[in-house]
Design a protein around this ligand. Structure first.
Ligand SMILES: [Zn+2]
Length: 137
């Protein structure tokens, strides 16, 4: 099976090296969320990677190191709580995120968020959840 798909150039924002597309088993022993990852070519010295959208070569966002990966997961958990608790529909929640941070729809993905923007979104999510009496602990 020969398919000519141009692999996008993905750079590591931490060390500037190129990221390489690898099987997720390269970093995960088990329970990988994604089948493939873009991993910094400096890994494991530089611990930065990002998942790949299933069935494509598109990275889910920018490469993230351990701290940012955990922060994005935590941010997603708070954000998802908004629509899972029915405060907004999922679609409305993304619209709210876009409006709150003046993002277009392609930027409104937590996978693209920096450490700082994760903090901002978590604060906004906590406000919405608290105003609607949803416990966030
Ligand atoms: Zn790197």
């Amino acid at each position: 099976m020969k398919r000519k798909i141009k692999q996008p150039e993905v750079k590591c924002p931490y060390c500037g090296r190129m990221a390489v597309l690898r099987d997720a088993s390269y970093v995960y022993k088990e329970n990988a969320l994604d089948k493939y990852l873009y991993i910094c070519s400096g890994y494991p010295e530089c611990d930065a990677y990002v998942g790949v959208h299933a069935g494509s070569l598109r990275p889910k966002g920018s490469l993230a190191n351990g701290d940012l990966r955990h922060k994005r997961i935590e941010t997603h958990r708070l954000f998802d709580a908004i629509w899972k608790n029915g405060i907004f529909s999922r679609k409305e929640a993304y619209r709210w995120m876009q409006d709150t941070f003046s993002l277009n729809s392609s930027q409104a993905h937590i996978g693209q968020f920096s450490d700082y923007r994760c903090d901002c979104l978590m604060n906004e999510c906590r406000k919405v959840l608290q105003n609607n009496h949803v416990r966030t602990a």
